[in-house]
Write a protein that binds this ligand. Structure first.
Ligand code: HEM
Length: 136
């Protein structure tokens, strides 16, 4: 599977969960987990979908294992951060170190993405695609 298709698939799953959380907050009139809802939607839907668009526009990078790892690490960090932030706002202070760990996981994934942005895709992709020059 390419990094973009994994990004798009996980992003829609995250936003469905995020919207359900939002509806749950609105229906119960208890907004205490609002920061978890906001993080799930912004990391899991908006950012992940943007990663997918970026990867899709760079086919060599999209097929690379490192890009797939970036999406997996980001998504795992998002799940962990959402759970930890929700638990903290529900009064479970013991989740503080989990939130700290999760924040470092998403930071690592973002640094990896920054590396892709600064480094040309052909240097990252394991399988190099032939560069064809159109005939004159
Ligand atoms: C069915 C869809 C959704 C529902 C029912 C919903 C519901 C809510 C509710 C009830 C709040 C708490 C507001 C407050 O306490 O002031 C909230 C906050 C928030 N939501 Fe959603 N939401 C939905 C979708 C989304 C999506 C798709 C995003 C992002 C792409 C998003 C981003 C946010 C953010 C950033 C906040 C925090 C706003 C603030 O700091 O005041 N929500 N949402």
């Amino acid at each position: 599977m390419t990094a973009s298709s994994l990004s798009f698939r996980l992003a829609v799953l995250f936003v469905i969960a995020g919207m359900a959380m939002g509806i749950g907050m609105a229906a119960s009139q208890d907004h205490s987990i609002m920061p978890a809802h906001a993080h799930l939607n912004l990391l899991g839907w908006v950012s992940l979908f943007l990663f997918g668009i970026y990867y899709e526009r760079r086919p060599a990078l999209d097929k690379s294992r490192l890009a797939l790892i970036q999406v997996i690490v980001w998504s795992a960090g998002t799940v962990l951060l959402t759970i930890a932030v929700a638990a903290l706002h529900l009064g479970y202070a013991a989740f503080d170190p989990v939130a700290a760990l999760a924040s470092l996981i998403v930071l690592v994934a973002m640094v990896l993405f920054a590396y892709f942005v600064f480094k040309p895709a052909r240097d990252i992709a394991s399988s190099s695609t032939p560069h064809l020059t159109p005939a004159e």
